[in-house]
Write a protein that binds this ligand. Structure first.
Ligand SMILES: NC(=O)c1ccc[n+]([C@@H]2O[C@H](COP(=O)([O-])OP(=O)(O)OC[C@H]3O[C@@H](n4cnc5c(N)ncnc54)[C@H](OP(=O)(O)O)[C@@H]3O)[C@@H](O)[C@H]2O)c1
Length: 240
């Protein structure tokens, strides 16, 4: 049974992708910090018996070790989705207003955790000729005021993703900019703003599935550019 690990799977894009993969018959290992919401999401899956939940913070090395142990027990990993992420302190603020501790936290979640999980899971992923899907952002390549901490972390994530791809030719490694979505993270970035013009996270899932199944060369992709896969009807004109 194809097996996927998805971080940040209790909401937003991670949850939408997990639900679709469960429908397609994948076995899932899901993680997020909040145990209650994660358990509920797993219970709501089309095939709850094929879902393992491990609640914890991806920035915590002990939590990552638990995840890796579980994958070892399952003996197979076809897909790693590094999706959990933080904006850092909100409201978003200029770089000069970020403390080194703020920056360390952003890097721990958005860079160190995906790096460490990917490195630890390389043997299982290589054995399966698997896929690494790292969820990036347009902030990785654009320079918006107040988005510098998050953007720098996503730029570093892109670099790691593409280098893992160059070093591991049996793997497909994708850094994917999903575009704006109606999620908790988007609302936190735009407090008080009506974000209903952004697309639903489920609208991005077909682009992710297209990458996983058609397996283009490792690299950075915008979900909007993955041919025919994104529902262009909602929020297509919205940037960031
Ligand atoms: N939404 C957008 O418009 C947008 C645009 C560009 C890129 N992205 C990227 O898309 C990805 C998904 O974002 P989203 O908008 O779907 O987010 P979301 O709806 O806020 O969901 C975030 C998920 O990650 C979990 N999470 C957060 N911090 C975590 C941590 N330290 N350890 C483990 N789990 C953690 C959350 O659960 P807990 O809080 O319980 O841990 C939740 O399950 C992110 O990589 C984000 O940077 C989003």
């Amino acid at each position: 049974m194809p097996t996927a690990l998805i971080t940040g799977a209790s909401a937003g894009l991670g949850r939408a992708l997990a639900t679709e993969l469960a429908t397609l018959g994948w076995r899932l290992v899901l993680t997020a910090r909040g145990a209650e919401r994660l358990e509920q999401v797993a219970a709501d899956m089309p095939t709850p018996a094929s879902v393992t939940t491990i609640a914890g913070d991806v920035a915590d090395p002990e939590h990552r070790a638990l995840i890796v142990r579980r994958i070892d027990q399952l003996g197979r990993l076809d897909l790693l989705v590094n999706n959990a992420s933080t904006l850092g302190p909100t409201p978003l603020r200029p770089l000069a207003a970020l403390s080194p501790t703020d920056m360390s936290t952003v890097l721990a979640v958005n860079v160190i955790a995906p790096f460490a999980l990917t490195a630890a899971l390389l043997p299982a992923l290589t054995a399966a000729r698997g896929v690494v899907l790292d969820i990036s952002s347009d902030a990785a390549v654009e320079h918006y005021p107040d988005w510098g901490g998050y953007g720098a972390s996503k730029a570093a994530l892109d670099h790691l993703t593409l280098t893992f791809g160059a070093e591991n030719l049996d793997l497909a490694c994708y850094a994917v900019d999903p575009g704006d979505m109606q999620t908790g993270m988007q609302q936190a970035a735009f407090p008080g703003e009506d974000i209903s013009d952004r697309r639903l996270p489920s609208a991005v899932v077909p682009a992710l599935l297209e990458l996983i199944t058609s397996r283009p060369p490792s690299g950075r992709y915008r979900a909007d550019d993955v041919t025919g896969a994104v529902d262009r009807g909602i929020g297509a004109a919205v940037t960031a």
